[in-house]
Design a protein around this ligand. Structure first.
Ligand code: 5RP
Length: 231
């Protein structure tokens, strides 16, 4: 089986948690996209749900696959968010934002009663941090913010570089909310709660990709099938 097959298996397993009438948060990324595709097939069979997309890319996908959409303005409280992750640790702490959607992903997950993470087994780590930590920042003063992030991380013993994420044309990427993304190459993040608090205290940081205390269940697909990590 390929990584794509594992991602699809995790997405399929998440569908079993979707009940008629649910208001869903729809994640971003290749795994979440498979969930949206499978959900669209169920909607075509008559399943009655609505979704709030966590990115413009997911909004377009959901429209293509026929998933009815709403907004957090119309539905400020959601039943369930299903989203992918870049890393998942055994305590269900996550790194997210590889697709630059972390701000809307976190807002939608926080507005949901439950969050299910879907991922292939390569995303499971003992300690977060091999994947560079995405941090969404206001474009104004982003170099000052970048340095402040490096200093805050260094105070916690994390010495890796923090880089502005650029697109293939070398221009800084712009998120759906008009912000920039910094990627923190920290290596092992032994105390993610402390790093999360330190990052949140920096003016110019809009949000960071450490998702702590948000996920209730991870459905992890690998060669042995789909296994669950529960909070
Ligand atoms: C987007 C995300 C994605 O969920 C994360 O990058 C995982 O993506 P994929 O399923 O493509 O591996 O956080 O901001």
């Amino acid at each position: 089986m390929t990584t794509e097959d594992f991602k699809r298996a995790a997405a399929e397993a998440a569908l079993a948690h979707v009940q008629p009438g649910m208001k869903l948060g729809l994640g971003t990324g290749s795994t979440a996209a498979l969930f949206v595709e499978l959900l669209g097939a169920r909607v075509a069979e008559g399943l009655d749900v609505v979704g709030v997309p966590t990115s413009e890319a997911t909004r377009e996908l959901a429209e293509r696959f026929g998933v009815p959409l709403t907004t957090l303005k119309e539905e400020p409280e959601l039943d369930l968010t299903v989203d992918g992750a870049d890393e998942v640790d055994p305590e269900l702490r996550l790194i997210k934002g590889g697709g630059a959607a972390l701000l809307r992903e976190k807002i939608v997950a926080f507005a949901s009663k439950r969050m299910i993470v879907i991922a292939d087994a390569k995303k499971v780590v003992q300690t977060l941090g091999a994947f560079p930590l995405p941090i969404e920042v206001v474009p104004f003063g982003k170099e000052a913010t970048r340095r402040a992030v490096e200093r805050a991380a260094a105070e916690l013993g994390l010495s890796g570089k923090v880089e502005l994420r650029r697109a293939e044309d070398a221009c800084p990427i712009v998120t759906d909310s008009g912000h920039s993304i910094l990627d923190g190459h920290f290596g092992r993040i032994d105390r993610p709660e402390e790093l999360a608090a330190a990052l949140s205290a920096i003016p110019g940081v809009v949000e960071h990709g450490l998702f702590i205390g948000l996920a209730d269940l991870a459905l992890i697909a690998g060669a042995d099938g789909v296994t669950a990590i529960e909070a």
